[in-house]
Design a binder for this molecule. Structure first.
Ligand SMILES: [Zn+2]
Length: 235
């Protein structure tokens, strides 16, 4: 039953880790319990055992986001494990009858739109607080803690995102040049322009690995690139 459920959960986000959007690189994917089921790190807490079979507590996760890993080569470490820190002012649930609404998790939840909107991916492949949304100190702290605990600064992951960003950049530049040719009377350029827009869009659709990085690249060039703006209208 668990295997069938895992397949279903995996398919929801095109087999990508819900935290880092990796598909294979950091594989051995597991179903993570967002609220740890057995114990809570650095707390006198027996874990959210009553949520062990609650699908709302499941997040499809790669090994690097889910488990402790040290990347000697890149000098980084991370992995969520049993961590589930709460912000000041929270009332932690300790039993099934306790409400979860009094908890303000520090870790960003990939199932919560305002949370995912706090992240921004830059041209180097690094993830940083979104300058448009993560404006308060608590949001910046949540981003920083999430980067560390989900190991989002893992060098191979950063490099993978950087390649996506660079690819989008090259494609939008090529598309902008082709568009200008079309506008100058070269009717044959229109099909090439169309093909380039399709290629850019394929990097930014939800199913693509690191699509959030591709979308940040498009948003970053939206004003200076007509192609970036066009693709964003078709997402
Ligand atoms: Zn991951």
């Amino acid at each position: 039953m668990w295997r069938e459920l895992k397949t279903l959960i995996s398919s929801i986000n095109s087999n990508k880790c819900w935290y880092c959007e990796s598909r294979d690189m950091r594989s051995d994917n597991a179903v993570d319990h967002f609220r740890p089921k057995g114990r809570v790190a650095r707390e006198r807490h027996e874990g959210y055992w009553w949520l062990a079979f609650d699908p709302r507590n499941y997040r499809f996760s790669c090994t690097f986001c889910n488990s402790r890993r040290v990347d000697e080569e890149g000098g980084t470490s991370g992995g969520k494990q049993d961590a589930f820190p709460l912000a000041d002012g929270s009332k932690r649930a300790v039993a099934p009858d306790d409400t979860l609404e009094g908890e303000f998790p520090v870790l960003l939840d990939p199932c919560c739109m305002p949370d995912t909107d706090l992240l921004w991916f830059d041209e180097t492949g690094q993830v940083v607080p979104n300058p448009s949304t993560a404006r308060g100190p608590s949001q910046a702290l949540r981003v920083k803690t999430s980067i560390q605990l989900y190991h989002l600064d893992h060098v191979k992951l950063v490099e993978s995102r950087r390649r996506v960003y660079l690819q989008v950049y090259r494609l939008i530049r090529a598309a902008d040049r082709t568009y200008r040719r079309w506008m100058s009377g070269d009717e044959g350029a229109k099909d090439v322009y169309q093909d380039l827009l399709v290629q850019i869009r394929s990097q930014a659709v939800r199913e693509a690995e690191h699509s959030a990085t591709a979308r940040c690249a498009l948003l970053g060039y939206r004003v200076s690139s007509g192609a970036a703006d066009a693709v964003l209208r078709f997402l």
